[in-house]
Design a protein around this ligand. Sequence first.
Ligand SMILES: [Zn+2]
Ligand SMILES: [Zn+2]
Length: 282
Amino acid sequence: MATNYHTHCYFCDGQQEPEAFIQAALAKGFQALGFSSHAPVPFDCDWTMPADRAQRYYTTINALKIKYQNQIEVYQGLEIDYFSNNTHNLFAQYQWDYCIGSIHFIADFERQQYLSIDGSKADFEQTLDYFQGEIQEFVTEYYRLVREMVTEVQPTIIGHFDIIKKNNQNEQFFSEREKWYQRIVLETLKVIADSGSILEVNTGGILRGYLSEPYPSPWILRECSKLKIPIVLNSDAHSPEMIDGWFDEAKALLREVGYQEQQVLLNSKWTTVSLETGKVGR
Ligand SMILES: [Zn+2]
Ligand SMILES: [Zn+2]
């Protein structure tokens, strides 16, 4: 059993047309592939889908779903940004097969500022400047937004839980061993455990050369396992060859931290499958 529900094609910042991803998935023996273009955001952004493309994205993937229905399950999803403001809450606009809820920005609505979390290091430093250089405040606000998203909109999947670490190579900005960091993470995991959302294990940071570990970090995954938080393994692929990148290593890691199973969308239902055998059931 191979699946991936976090895929970016040329409707947003991914490379190649959606069909190329389906061909790659077929070649790799996938059972299901879900597309998750970045939903439009309420300001100019060069990597999200412009609002006027959303309809064509929907119809294109829907046509592929039908075309390939005897070979692979194709799903229509979206990766949606959560903003802490009702008028910018884009989740209600879309009723697709599933949504991935992600925090890529910290918004200051009064000043019309949207500060990047996972952009370049220079972008990250600019956002840190907004917090007067106080990394603890920046990180605390990020996880507060994650908790708020989970309780306010209950996304099907919570995207890249600790993406705040993307620019933190060599602990340049903070250490994950610090008490304050661990406390915020654990507090956030408890909210997720009670939510019904599925937490994503995302290998995209590794595939794009930023990190040597997935989102979330192994110590966090161990805590997730203790809290019995359901997980789904996703690659956040932006090119067809990456759709199952680092999946073998991630499955080994997940089993090491205590996970026996993951959730996959099959026959339009979230279903438990074994990490060891790939079969449905425990
Ligand atoms: Zn994302
Ligand atoms: Zn993504």
